[in-house]
Design a protein around this ligand. Structure first.
Ligand code: FES
Length: 354
């Protein structure tokens, strides 16, 4: 079967083929080419795609991890309702089979090809299960792979465990797949009730400290799990995590000249994008994405947190600082590429989108 060709830049249109409820608060959808031609999607298990959906006349972009495995003719995502989650809640409530969405190619460094040992632990909570599910299914589908997988998932209640039946079937049919579930309210199940403390992790998986770990879930959960794994003695060189939430901002990296001083911080700078003949005046220190949006330049910003890479552009002239360089290569950094959502303007700048 022919592979699906992702463009290097820009989005493709895919059609929502199927949609079903996973739990009372989450849905799964699959995406395929509009043409109906069966083409295989390539990506590395654990990666995400950026989805663009028009809501109330405005394109909104968000990043979602893939839960399907590579080389299938449909991409699968699972999306959970979240408080004030404009795009997620729209997908849960209003996206229908047959609707067309924009999709940017798979990206991200949280994936199963990162160096790891022969024993791994996949740790997740809530909708954070999607990328680790893709990793587990891919490893189990490979007859030449011997990775021993301990899958530990936390959820609020039994009926909120996403992919529960599929996980039970994986555990029943693969000796090298071990499943544990921790519930906040374990009524009606044989699972343990409570939180994933160090003691619980050790009880579920006595050799957890000797494993490589892949972690995904809400920010608080991930911080607690990282602390637990560190305290249990895990080698953190083999610890990987995914988050679409901003990290604590770090000291900006000065890329060209010194940071604007206090007096300069109050002064104005112009942002010029020749391709669109767009120009806007902003305060020095403003974030580039805000300036580009104010100038009506069609830039995509899916996470606004310096993680997904969708807002990549190039500063061809002028001074700036960067607080995130995720997804940018050394070469791109040297050439002046920035993530607009994580780039502060230091003087008049000229910008190219690609
Ligand atoms: S919007 Fe995701 S990196 Fe900027």
């Amino acid at each position: 079967m022919n592979p699906f060709q992702w463009p290097d830049n820009g989005a493709v249109s895919l059609i929502c083929k199927r949609k079903w409820a996973e739990t009372s608060t989450s849905v799964s959808v699959t995406l395929a080419p509009e043409s109906g031609e069966p083409l295989c999607f390539d990506f590395i298990p654990g990666q995400f795609i950026t989805l663009g959906i028009e809501i109330d006349g405005k394109m909104e972009y968000r990043a979602y991890s893939l839960s399907s495995i590579p080389n299938q003719t449909e991409l699968q995502l699972t999306i959970k309702r979240v408080v004030d989650g404009k795009v997620s809640n729209y997908i849960v409530d209003s996206l229908e089979e047959g609707h067309v969405v924009s999709v940017l190619k798979p990206a991200g460094e949280f994936h199963i090809e990162q160096p790891h040992g022969e024993r791994i632990v996949l740790l997740s909570a809530g909708c954070g299960i999607t990328p680790v599910m893709s990793m587990a299914k891919t490893l189990l589908a490979d007859d030449n792979d011997n990775t021993d997988i301990h899958f530990i998932h936390a959820a609020t209640a039994l009926d909120q465990v996403i992919y529960h039946q599929e996980l039970l079937e994986m555990a029943a049919s693969h000796e090298r797949f071990h499943l544990d579930v921790m519930l906040e309210d374990a009524k009606g199940s044989h699972y343990l009730e409570g939180r994933l403390t160090q003691a619980a992790l050790k009880q579920y998986c006595p050799d957890i400290a000797d494993r490589s770990a892949f972690l995904c879930g809400p920010v608080g959960f991930m911080a607690a799990m990282q602390e637990n794994l560190q305290a249990l003695g895990m080698n953190m060189d083999y610890f990987y995590q995914e988050s679409f939430t901003p990290a604590e901002s770090e000291q900006p990296e000065v890329t060209q000249q010194g940071l604007a001083d206090k007096a300069q911080a109050l002064s104005q700078a112009s942002v010029f994008v020749p391709t669109f003949d767009a120009q806007v005046e902003v305060k020095v220190g403003s974030v580039l994405i805000d300036a580009l949006e104010a100038a009506k330049v069609p830039v995509i910003a899916a996470c606004r947190s310096g993680i997904c890479g969708s807002c990549k552009c190039k500063v061809t002239q002028g001074e700036y600082t960067r607080t995130s360089t995720a997804t940018l290569t050394e070469e791109e950094l040297e050439q002046g590429f920035v993530l607009a959502c994580s780039c502060q303007i230091g003087s008049d700048v000229e910008v190219a989108l690609n």
